[in-house]
Write a protein that binds this ligand. Sequence first.
Ligand SMILES: [Zn+2]
Length: 71
Amino acid sequence: MEHEMRAEYAEGAGPGAPVKIWHMVRRETATAMCGRELSPDAETRTAEVWGTPEGEPFCHTCGALYLREVP
Ligand SMILES: [Zn+2]
């Protein structure tokens, strides 16, 4: 399963605004693993950034689910 990180912004904000929290999504989708609907325009990051300062703050629910899918 291919994953990537997708940004959630503050209410009404979009790409370019400070990232409120990062979620994990399955590649090419805009629904986070925790169920949150994210903007298809939101910034994405490779899943390799997960767990590094660049990937913070990160959604804890997504983190737990991601750990279960990735060995
Ligand atoms: Zn999430």
